[in-house]
Design a binder for this molecule. Structure first.
Ligand SMILES: [Zn+2]
Length: 275
């Protein structure tokens, strides 16, 4: 049965429909997608600063050292010697790390000192087994000198030396190629204290301080000393105290690369890591 409505009923229904539509509109506007809603809110409140977008969480590496420098690497060659432990005591008392370019032959004689060097947070580098001038050796001898020293260090300390310092700084293409094959960046120095030549504390200090005792050491310098002379140990302790007082931070050679964010390249020669 078809239902019919009078004209009055139709007008009444029309108004009811309009009223329903008007009440429904605010509800529709409130149901805007969240992004549009947020945008509308931002536009209506322009004085409120926008929060920065959250970024993917990255676990930051702990800072290697809290200081901002100037950074300097102390290096001691030819040990471990009977004088090394006095140096280690002084470095431990000052919480100062160093890098020791040890000889395999000396590590074999004084393995307990080599182990102590590593245990106390210092770095060991490869200074070959017998301190031969590598630039005058056959390729086989060069390889042996580096390998024997590496094995002596590895067997004693479980630490693989990361860098090589050739005796006398003597190099040629063959030495460089073998260093590259064996994964060794070649570390020389920017400050030669010549402590082996003049066994005199003031003479050694003159390479790092001016007449007024002010440091002439630059950030990124690598200082060469030999922990086999008592005068060197005396001079090294004074050097550490004066440079600490002047605000320097001591780091190992590998730490210096990390701070500079330089990837050490095997076979490449580094005299310093100044900026
Ligand atoms: Zn040497």
């Amino acid at each position: 049965m078809k239902r019919t409505y009078s004209i009055h009923t139709r007008i009444l229904l029309f108004f009811i429909a309009c009223a329903l539509l008007l009440t429904a509109l605010p509800a529709y506007s409130a149901a805007l997608p969240p992004a549009q809603e947020a945008q509308a809110a931002l536009e209506s409140r322009p004085s409120i600063p926008q929060k920065p977008r959250p970024v993917a969480p990255i676990t930051p590496l702990p800072p290697l050292v809290s200081s901002t420098g100037p950074f300097v690497a102390l290096t001691f060659d030819d040990g471990p010697s009977p004088h090394t432990e006095r140096l280690l005591n002084a470095l431990a008392a000052r919480n100062v790390p160093a890098t020791f370019y040890v000889l395999g032959s000396q590590v074999n004689q004084r393995s307990h000192i080599a182990a102590r060097i590593v245990a106390e947070g210092h770095e060991l580098g490869n200074h070959t087994q017998n301190h031969r001038d590598l630039s005058r050796q056959s390729a086989a001898n060069i390889r042996n000198e580096m390998t024997w020293a590496r094995n002596a260090i590895l067997n004693t300390t479980d630490q693989r030396p990361a860098t090589l310092r050739p005796p006398y700084g003597a190099l040629n293409r063959t030495v460089q190629n073998i260093a590259r094959e064996m994964g060794y960046p070649i570390i020389l120095w920017s400050i030669d204290t010549r402590d082996w030549e003049r066994r005199n504390v003031q003479a050694i200090l003159s390479h790092m301080f001016d007449r007024n005792g002010r440091p002439t050491v630059r950030c990124g310098d690598i200082i060469l000393m030999h922990d086999v002379y008592p005068t060197t140990i005396d001079a090294a302790i004074i050097t550490v105290d004066r440079l600490l007082a002047a605000g320097y931070t001591f780091v190992t050679v590998s730490e210096l690369f990390q701070i500079r964010q330089i990837e050490p390249v095997p076979g490449q020669i580094y005299n310093h890591l100044r900026r």
